[in-house]
Write a protein that binds this ligand. Structure first.
Ligand SMILES: O=C(O)C1=C[C@@H](OP(=O)(O)O)[C@@H](O)[C@H](O)C1
Ligand SMILES: C=C(OP(=O)(O)O)C(=O)O
Length: 423
């Protein structure tokens, strides 16, 4: 069954988290238009609501009214980031500034993910944060006076960069952060929107603190390229498909998937490029491509498409030749070990895919049929949606265990897929 028609995918998760954080830290009212109301962003919102921030959702607009960070009331000291790494890591940069100690917890998956990467720079700034021995949540975070530091990011992580940027904004003195490999720059853009002065020169960010964010009144969130990725790949591999995805963010730090698809010979065209709320966007036209060619995905490309690797692995199974994905060891510390889970799930339906230390190797063949199998998302939203797209290539749909994990980033995914299939 081919996919036809146009759609607007889920709004950007990374930008919505940051819009909620900055709106909550600044005094006054901010209207966030087109927010993502997926479970992860709601985890961020719930934490700020527990501090006395008020919110209201109407007509695709989230209105946040905050007394400002200096007037937060800490009613409950236990704060739950649930499944969201972005919530946990970015907010660790803010919590040492609070007037009372708090404990940050998460669900089973988040409680396995590494937190030392944020605690190390924050401790150097003077934060007192106690983690479990394994360097994971729960984290006990005590009120601390922070001072600026110079820090070179040892991992290419926008979450670590953003935690240090937020702490640097609230700290006394100069913070410099060097980023050897560029990562998504939505926090930098939000700094500009909320009037935080900083400099970025040759991958080095400098902030003079303390500074308090000031609301611009309105923030606009574009469509999420990481969510669009599932429909892009679906249209490329399901015969007869032709779709248009409206208003997708194509920020250079996120658009690695576009480069990869172009290098594979995929029929993907960017229409009407423009700006939407300070972020570059375009409408993406995608058509079925019978002959895709294998590629290599590595190096500086990896952070520009890190969350798209499970769905790109599926795409590679339909391309002619051997696709190699390397330098992607960060995938092992996402909601699941996404190298192992992607390889297990795609192998079980007949794909020729092998895990390596830092990625995977995929022998693609557009002619080979997938077979029925018992598959599971392992409670990872990106794996759930990747398996839904794989299912389009089978006669009988796959039964996917824990498919509802897609509510983390894309609650309307199945309705959107259904609507395109009916056209
Ligand atoms: O900053 C962000 O919004 C994100 C950064 C990335 O994580 P890392 O910083 O751990 O690479 C990404 O995988 C995650 O989905 C969202
Ligand atoms: C890794 C992800 O998110 P987070 O780190 O915020 O849990 C993701 O959305 O794929």
């Amino acid at each position: 069954m081919s996919l036809k028609g146009s759609l607007t995918v889920a709004s950007d998760k990374s930008i919505t988290h940051r819009a909620i954080i900055f709106s909550s830290l600044s005094k006054g009212t901010t209207q966030i238009y087109n927010p993502l109301l997926g479970e992860d962003c709601l985890s961020t919102l719930e934490i700020f609501k527990s501090f006395g921030v008020k919110s209201h959702i109407e007509n695709n607009c989230l209105t946040i009214t905050s007394p400002g960070i200096d007037s937060f009331e800490i009613e409950s000291p236990v704060l739950d980031a649930k499944n969201s790494g972005t919530t946990a890591r970015l907010l660790m940069g803010v919590f040492p500034y609070l007037k009372k100690p708090v404990t940050l917890i998460g669900d089973d998956s988040l409680s396995r993910r590494p937190m030392r990467r944020v605690v190390t720079p924050l401790s150097q700034m003077g934060a007192r944060i106690e983690l479990k021995e394994e360097a994971t949540l729960p984290a006990h975070i005590f009120p601390s006076h922070l001072s600026g530091i110079s820090y070179v990011l040892p991992v290419a992580s926008a979450q670590v960069k953003s935690a240090v940027m937020l702490a640097g904004m609230l700290a006394k003195g100069r913070t410099t952060i060097s980023e050897p490999i560029p990562t998504r720059d939505h926090t930098e853009k939000m700094f500009e929107d909320f009037k935080i002065h900083y400099q970025k020169l040759n991958r080095v960010i400098t902030i003079e603190g303390p500074q308090m964010p000031q609301t611009p009144g309105e923030v606009f969130v574009p469509g999420d390229i990481s969510s669009a990725a599932f429909f892009i790949v679906a249209a490329l591999i399901v015969p007869g498909s032709e779709i248009i995805i409206n208003n997708v963010g194509i920020n250079e730090t996120r658009s690695g998937i576009i480069d990869v698809i172009q290098s594979m010979g995929g029929n993907l065209t960017l229409l009407n490029p423009r700006y939407f709320g300070g972020e570059p966007v375009a409408d993406l036209k995608v058509e079925y491509t019978p002959r895709l060619t294998a590629t290599v995905i590595e190096g500086e490309l990896i952070p520009r498409l890190i969350d798209e690797i499970p769905i790109l692995a599926l795409l590679a199974t339909r391309a002619v030749g051997t696709t190699v994905i390397k330098d992607a060891e960060e995938l092992k510390v996402k909601e699941t070990n996404r190298i192992d889970v992607t390889v297990q799930q795609l192998s079980s339906i007949g794909a020729k895919i092998k895990a390596t230390e830092d990625g995977m190797i995929i022998e693609g063949n557009p002619m080979e049929d997938f077979c029925e199998a018992k598959v599971s998302s392992h409670k990872d939203h990106r794996i759930a949606m990747m398996l839904c797209v794989a299912s389009l290539l089978l006669e009988k749909p796959l039964v996917i265990e824990d498919v509802e994990s897609m509510n983390i980033s894309y609650p309307d995914f199945l309705q959107h897929l259904q609507a395109l299939s009916e056209n």
